[in-house]
Design a protein. Structure first.
Length: 224
């Protein structure tokens, strides 16, 4: 009777499937673990275990840890930024532009839920392992465009005088991303566990657009 058992796979060689799919699986495993544990606490063996392959497979596709981190940033984290800023921002008032950015950000977070925790742990935090790599993919033109839109409306009196246009990008990132990044913490507090992503999105839009609305002018001779 012929032996029908599949041939044994030599350690370190890719599975007899699409090599691209195997590489994608390893990258997915890496970002998932980086979001949960952080880069420093995640080994190649951990990534291999999550991907259900041998540790030698990680080396086969990425050769060393530095190349793995390069690939994670270029092929995963940069994808998040491209989803938010890949399309041109609309020609519209500042509040509408900000709403578009927030909605795109939450769409991206729904597709790539690992990004917010990686963002705060490995990019925003001092000493973050992925900070310098991610800076190469920073959407400079989008940040400049946001600043220009807010500055234009501020000059026209449609934005409060105290708003600093150059901080528009950072303000949106903080208000919209931070609640997603630290959800495991604040969801333990009384009354907050029921908050879901649509609620967080609407909250971010309301806070940010209200902050761009000019203060109501009092009419002379009338009581407030």
């Amino acid at each position: 009777m012929p032996d029908r058992r599949p041939p044994r796979r030599r350690s370190g060689r890719p599975l007899a499937t699409d090599p691209r799919a195997a590489r994608e699986t390893l990258l997915d495993a890496a970002v998932g673990l980086f979001a949960e544990r952080g880069v420093a606490a995640t080994s190649s063996a951990d990534i291999a275990k999550r991907a259900d392959v041998t540790p030698a497979m990680v080396h086969y596709y990425f050769r060393n840890r530095e190349l793995l981190l390069d690939a994670v940033v270029a092929e995963r984290l940069a994808r998040f930024a491209a989803h938010v800023f890949g399309k041109p921002l609309p020609e519209a008032p500042a509040a509408q532009v900000v709403e578009v950015v927030v909605r795109r950000l939450y769409e991206a977070a729904a597709l790539m839920p690992w990004m917010p925790p990686i963002w705060i742990r490995e990019i925003v935090s001092e000493g973050g392992a992925l900070r310098s790599r991610m800076l190469r993919h920073f959407p400079v033109s989008a940040a400049v465009r946001l600043a220009e839109v807010v500055a234009r409306d501020k000059e026209a009196g449609r934005v409060p005088a105290g708003v600093e246009p150059r901080l528009a990008f950072l303000t949106i990132a903080g208000v919209a991303m931070l609640p997603l990044a630290v959800r495991s913490l604040w969801s333990r507090l009384p009354g907050l566990a029921a908050l879901d992503e649509p609620m967080l999105e609407q909250h971010a839009i309301a806070v940010l657009t209200a902050g761009l609305a000019p203060a109501a002018r009092k009419t002379k001779g009338r009581k407030p």
